[in-house]
Design a protein around this ligand. Structure first.
Ligand code: 5AD
Ligand code: SF4
Length: 441
């Protein structure tokens, strides 16, 4: 019987897609997918280290495998992802969890294949982490699990060194994939029936600025959206210091591109933005949104916000609240600042007490929720286009998203996963919408 794999993923879309590449490698060496963790012959943890709780989560789950490994000594346990790229982290992992068999990093994902083969012939654990980024490796056999959505990397790494962020330390410097590789991949995905293509990068607007490819991001987006077929295009993440009119002009040209921009603001206070090394001001940020909405009035914006950054005063926080109200985001991911070893902000001597951080995050979440709730209510009575993504067996309903990422639930007699559905919204519940499928539209 074929041996089985199980992958546990933490963190962002980038990691979700990386797990699809890991699945491709595991299938290459002969494993097949396993539903349950207990049935697996290899378990791979694809970790995240962006905030402390992501790390703790992985630590907890890896630790919980001690018993299983004892019962099943032939089980292979592999740990990869951002955490293993952190300075000194493999030592910590080795000490804490001596039963880990394989460790690999984000910068040498492709080595997993040889590491598994090596581990099969030796008792000793196999650890290989690459410290510096190398040439981009293509993964034509990524095993995708998110049909009808497909993630496509356009670049890797980050050069920005926002003072709170560990990403540049664990993902290396920016490098752009060749445009022809990206375009071929998208063409193939569309041919296979994928209906939503999301172009991924830490800072998509600086695509091509490493001189490794022949297009700017706006040109690439234009080329992707010019591919024939019935599909949507999304992109993330845009850095406000680089987001520009050229991209919006391309959005204007193609209805295939969702009218949604993920533009992380992080803070509404210029003083905090400066300390965060974000290299834009509140005014510049707001002017970009104005530019976007003047060209595309229906456009929506989503964002990421950090509260409790070192030195953030109550007044700074209130400026964030004010900005949130001004922009009226479609949705916002809100985080409490988490000090990351090796970053500049972790060394700052004006860290904010936990109770103040907690109070601010609670107020901000309340504000964001009230705004999203209001937006949801406006949907009632309208008909929107949903891309059906899945079936929720518990609810007995199909679900999908509109171009602004709003989740809509509905009933259907037949399987409509992968189809664009016209949904008449009858009810809004927090961030979720419920509606009736309009037949024959
Ligand atoms: N603490 C809290 N949030 C963070 N982010 C990045 N680093 C940290 C940190 N140290 C958030 C930012 C970023 C998102 C992906 O994660 O808001 O946009
Ligand atoms: Fe981190 Fe800033 Fe790079 Fe985003 S742009 S990954 S927040 S350093």
């Amino acid at each position: 019987m074929a041996q089985k794999y199980h992958i546990v993923t933490y963190g962002c879309q980038m990691n979700v897609h990386e797990s699809e590449k890991i699945a491709g490698i595991l299938r290459r060496v002969g494993y097949t997918e396993s539903g349950a963790l207990e049935e697996a012959d290899i378990i791979v943890f694809n970790t995240c280290c962006i905030r402390e709780n992501a790390e703790n989560h992985a630590f907890g789950n890896i630790g919980a495998l001690k018993k299983l490994k004892k019962q099943k000594p032939e089980l292979l346990i592999a740990v990869g992802g951002c955490m293993t790229q952190e300075k000194g982290k493999t030592e910590v992992l080795k000490k804490k969890f001596p039963f880990i068999d394989i460790m690999f990093g984000t910068l040498n994902l492709e080595d997993l294949e040889t590491l598994i083969l090596r581990k099969r012939t030796q008792k000793k654990k196999v650890i290989e982490i690459r410290e510096k980024e190398g040439e981009i490796i293509e993964f034509p056999d990524a095993y995708r699990t998110s049909y009808p959505n497909a993630w496509v990397n356009i670049m890797y790494g980050c050069n920005n060194f926002c003072s709170y962020c560990i990403v540049p330390y664990v993902r290396g410097r920016e490098r752009s994939r060749k445009s022809e590789h990206i375009l071929n991949e998208v063409r193939q995905l569309v041919k296979e029936g994928y209906k939503e293509i999301t172009l991924l990068g830490q800072n998509v607007n600086s695509y091509g600025s490493d001189g490794k490819t022949d297009m700017t991001f706006a040109q690439l987006l234009d080329a992707v959206a010019s591919i024939e077929g019935n599909f949507r295009v999304r992109f993330m993440t845009s850095h406000p210091k680089d987001f520009n009119e050229d991209v919006v002009k391309v959005m204007e040209k193609h209805r295939k591109i969702c009218r949604l921009v993920h533009l992380p603001v992080q803070s509404g206070s210029n003083a905090v933005l400066k300390e965060m090394n974000r290299r834009y001001t509140r005014e510049k940020y707001l002017s970009e949104i104005e530019m976007l909405k003047s060209r595309l009035p229906e456009a929506e914006v989503t964002t990421d916000i950090i509260v409790g950054f070192p030195g953030e005063t109550e007044d700074d926080y209130l400026q964030t609240e004010d900005l949130v109200k001004t922009v009226d985001y479609a949705s916002a991911f809100t985080f409490v600042y988490s000090p990351r070893q090796g970053t500049k902000a972790a060394e700052m001597d004006n860290q904010i007490p936990e109770d103040v951080q907690k109070d601010r995050i609670m107020r901000l979440v309340e504000l964001v929720n009230s705004l999203t709730r209001k937006k949801s209510e406006k949907y009632v009575g309208k008909t929107v286009e949903i891309l059906c993504e899945d079936y929720d067996a518990k609810k007995g309903l199909y679900l999908g998203r509109d171009e602004f990422g709003r989740m809509g639930y509905f009933q259907s007699e037949k399987d409509v996963i992968g189809q664009f559905i016209q949904l008449k919204i009858t009810k809004a519940n927090g961030i979720s919408l419920f509606g009736e499928m309009q037949e024959g539209k």
